[in-house]
Write a protein that binds this ligand. Structure first.
Ligand SMILES: [Zn+2]
Ligand SMILES: [Zn+2]
Length: 193
């Protein structure tokens, strides 16, 4: 059962997320677990991330008192710009994720009296006994992006001098390849002598 509940302005996240919302209240989650297949693609952050084709996601929610454990999976093909050569490339993200939510009823204490142990590292404290599944999926799709965006591990990048894409063409500058910081350092060394 999927309930659509209007978004209201309670948001425990520090950033403002204006995207679509799908809230599931803790009391809607059955003890044996509630499984949702998300066919609605409204969760996807189309404003920030270009994609190709359909996206899909599924979550299994399990409740234990004030805590809800989420076991999820998402799949999306996104279009990214390579950090080295700036060319666009496609990357299929197919990630599983596990997150735990804990309902605190009020703003979590930041006084430091509550020590956070390793078990709580992936816990998200919320002030409302509801989980915004769409917002969670948005966070997870960004987390699923690789740290370095490379079209290929062996991407040769651009020439620093003439901008030629070394994956596709030889240098136009006829350079002296290796306009690297090291050659500059080597130059300095010579001057010192
Ligand atoms: Zn590249
Ligand atoms: Zn060049």
């Amino acid at each position: 059962m999927i309930l659509y509940i209007p978004t209201f302005c309670v948001n425990s996240d520090p950033f403002i997320d204006m995207g679509a919302s799908l809230k599931v209240r803790f009391d809607e989650i059955s003890a044996e677990g509630t499984s949702l297949t998300i066919t609605d693609e409204a969760w996807f952050p189309d404003q920030e991330l270009e994609r190709r084709g359909k996206v899909s996601a599924a979550v299994l929610l399990k409740r234990d008192g004030q805590r809800v454990f989420v076991d999820g999976t998402l799949s999306a093909t996104v279009i990214l710009a390579c950090d080295r050569c700036l060319e666009l490339f496609e990357k299929t993200l197919g990630d599983d994720f596990q997150v735990e939510f804990e309902f605190t009823g009020s703003a979590p204490s930041i006084s430091g009296e509550h020590e956070i142990d390793a078990d709580e590292m992936d816990t998200i404290f919320i002030e409302e006994a509801a989980i915004d599944i769409f917002q969670l999926l948005r966070q997870q799709v960004f987390l699923a992006l690789p740290e370095r965006l490379l079209c290929a591990d062996e991407c040769q990048g651009l020439c620093r001098a003439c901008g030629a894409n070394h994956n596709k063409e030889a240098c136009r500058c006829g350079a002296k390849e290796n306009v690297s910081p090291f050659s500059v350092l080597a130059g300095l060394k010579t001057i010192k002598k």
